[in-house]
Design a protein around this ligand. Structure first.
Ligand code: MN
Length: 202
């Protein structure tokens, strides 16, 4: 009964002079993924997002990595966010709100998410200005910025404490994944309604 919603699947392609990206998502997947951006650490993060949100993600990006990782990560964020937004369609029946606290060894990160159609990013995550395998840590904010805007998410990410840069970054992706899994679930008590008094979340 709940599954009367049509398949929540989307395919988005985007080609510019800087990146050529194709992404397919299935919101009702099993967390399977195939990710190739040319940036292994970034692939590892997108794989975490898939694994823990249960969103199947097939993603291929050929970007201008000879310049740096900025365009690739920003544009992947945009296209992935757009695909999730497309797959959500009118957002009928979803829970909409969720949050999670994600511990990773010494580190704790909180994600609060509203699948609102009102893009906003709060990024209270302070990363050492280092690089992880050719990725300057400041670029992770750009990923979450473009992702939240294209997805139409009000996304608040805050690292409460942590020392290890890899853990801090990974905890952001994982806490987003856990929140996302919950927020996009079809609520069996409310499966035919759009969860807004306004009547729209687009
Ligand atoms: Mn890791």
């Amino acid at each position: 009964m709940v599954k009367e919603n049509k398949n929540r699947i989307a395919l988005v392609r985007r080609k510019t002079n800087e990146t050529n990206i194709e992404v397919k998502v299935d919101l009702d997947g099993k967390g399977t993924h195939s990710v190739n951006t040319g940036l292994p650490f970034f692939d590892h993060m997108i794989e975490q997002l898939s694994k823990h949100s249960l969103i199947d993600i097939e993603l291929k990006c050929v970007g201008d990595l000879q310049i740096d990782s900025h365009h690739t990560m920003e544009d992947v964020g945009w296209v992935l966010g757009k695909a999730i937004n497309d797959a959500l369609a009118d957002k009928r029946g979803i829970k909409r709100y969720s949050f999670s606290y994600l511990p990773m060894d010494e580190c704790l990160t909180r994600c609060c998410l509203d699948v609102s159609g009102r893009p906003w990013l709060i990024w209270n995550v302070f990363l050492p200005a280092v690089t992880i395998k050719n990725i300057e840590t400041e670029i992770f904010r750009e990923f979450f910025q473009s992702f939240s805007h294209a997805a139409g998410f009000t996304l608040h990410l805050e690292n409460l404490y942590g020392k290890n840069t890899h853990h801090i970054v990974e905890s952001c992706f994982k806490s987003l994944a856990i929140s996302l899994r919950d927020a996009i679930l079809i609520d069996p008590e409310n499966y035919n309604n759009i969860p807004s008094t306004k009547g729209t979340l687009s």
